[in-house]
Structure formats: structure tokens, C-alpha cells
Design a protein. Structure first.
Length: 258
């Protein structure tokens, strides 16, 4: 790993900031009666107008600029003309490319008033991600990240999706290493300073099993229980970590005070 990683961190920070600002921008529009397609258009135009490109658009044939995963959709939901309704929860996942570097992030949103069950699932998902990020430093094992998330989530009575994981990122959208959100302390490679990857736990209200819809992209919970996800792009430093996709407006987890 290149010991002089500061330059790559500066580059990915630009892309990560734009991705985070895109989610800040779309936040006021997430309310009952809006379509996920409309939210996707807002994300696409904001990234374009601020000097970036939406990485998901046409990536391996994906038709939209962002992923919108509503209720029991785990990830990779395709924005559509379906309206969001009161009580829904939705994950919006965006990746901005700036100067060939990728910044990847997602957040959960409440559509109007949501149930206590939804609030608990969403806050548990956010907290599990932040607990895992907090232990990242040179020498930490990848398995430590997974174990931190899994133990936190399972104590709350929820389950960790096994079929999808975090990933290395930089000038390529998805690269090594795979960052599992479950596992055992001490397993996996040791982190080195300069590594950049995503931490993006997908947490289900029910069992962890998922299935793919016929569109070949949309993953849903097999038991139709609710699912939530958050994602940050992070870098490993000599003495800790850096998050490249923080919200400037402090829109960390819902409800967002606009």
C-alpha cells in the first residue's frame, strides 16, 4: 500500500463530498407522494451540475443514476414511477465520479411519520455502521468490522444480510477487498494505511435471507420483512480512519431537521 496516500485521500474526498451533498440536496423532497424516479432525477442533475457523473448510470446495464430501496427492498432498487407513501422507509444510494475518483454513500429516509419498529431498525443500522467505522485503523482485521456490526445488530434482535458486502473503491467503482458485515474477530486481512473502502451494512427486521427480483437488480428480503442500510466511504490512516462522505448539514440519520 502506498504510504503516501494523502493525495488519493484528497481526490476521493472531493467525490465523497459531492455524493454526500447530493443526499443533502434530495432530503427535503423525500415525502409522501413523490416518485423515486423524481428523486433520482434530482440526484442526477445535482451531481452533473456540480462537475461529477453518476457512477450507477449504465453501470453493468443499470438504468438509473441512484438506487432507491423501499421497505423490504434490501438494495439496488431501481427508481420508478411508484409513489412513496406515509410510513415508508427508503434508502437512497448515490455514487459520484469526480476526476475519475468514486465517492459512494447511502442514507435511510423516513417518508412522513413511521412506526417505532422502523425507527429502531434504522437507528440500529446507522449505529452498527458507526461502531464498525470507529474501530478502523492500521492493523485492524477485516473480520473485526464484520464482528462489530453483527454482534451489535443481533443483540437488538435484527439480522445482517450475507449476500452483499462493502468493497474497495477508488478509481474503480468496486474492487478488493470485500468488506463483510458479519464475521469473527481476527479473521481476514489486516488493514493498511491508505486503503479505501465502503462500510454499508444491510440489516433486516426478520431473517437475513434475500432473493433477487426478475429485473436482475432488485434484492428483497425473502420473508418480506423491512430492511435498512447506511453507507460511508472511508480511508484507513496511520492512527485511525477518515470518512469521506459525511453530511455537511449533519443529516446523519433520520429524522432530518430541515
Amino acid at each position: 500500500m502506498n504510504s503516501n496516500y494523502k493525495e488519493s485521500f484528497e481526490q476521493i474526498k472531493i467525490a465523497g463530498s459531492l455524493a454526500a451533498e447530493t443526499l443533502d440536496e434530495v432530503t427535503p423532497y423525500v415525502k409522501p407522494g413523490v416518485t423515486t424516479e423524481k428523486l433520482d432525477k434530482i440526484c442526477y442533475e445535482f451531481i452533473r451540475d456540480n462537475g461529477g457523473y453518476s457512477a450507477p448510470l449504465f453501470y453493468r446495464g443499470f438504468p438509473k443514476s441512484s438506487c432507491s430501496s423501499v421497505n423490504h427492498v434490501v438494495c439496488h432498487g431501481i427508481p420508478s414511477q411508484k409513489y412513496l407513501k406515509e410510513g415508508d422507509i427508503v434508502n437512497i444510494d448515490v455514487t459520484a465520479i469526480v476526476n475519475d475518483w468514486h465517492g459512494d454513500t447511502s442514507r435511510m429516509f423516513f417518508v412522513g411519520d413511521v412506526s417505532v419498529k422502523c425507527k429502531n431498525l434504522v437507528s440500529t443500522t446507522y449505529n452498527s455502521m458507526m461502531e464498525a467505522i470507529s474501530i478502523i485503523k492500521k492493523g485492524t482485521h477485516l473480520g473485526d468490522i464484520g464482528e462489530t456490526i453483527q454482534s451489535y445488530v443481533e443483540k437488538k434482535g435484527f439480522s445482517v444480510v450475507r449476500d452483499f458486502c462493502g468493497h474497495g473503491i477508488g478509481k474503480t467503482f468496486h474492487e478488493a477487498p470485500n468488506v463483510l458485515h458479519y464475521g469473527k474477530k481476527g479473521d481476514g486481512i489486516k488493514l493498511q494505511s491508505g486503503m479505501i473502502f465502503t462500510v454499508e451494512p444491510m440489516i433486516n427486521e426478520g431473517a437475513y435471507k434475500t432473493k433477487m427480483l426478475k429485473d436482475g437488480w432488485t434484492a428483497v428480503t425473502k420473508d418480506k420483512s423491512l430492511s435498512a442500510q447506511f453507507e460511508h466511504t472511508v480511508g484507513v490512516t496511520d492512527d485511525g480512519f477518515e470518512i469521506f462522505t459525511k453530511s455537511k448539514k449533519k443529516y446523519d440519520q433520520p429524522p432530518y431537521l430541515i
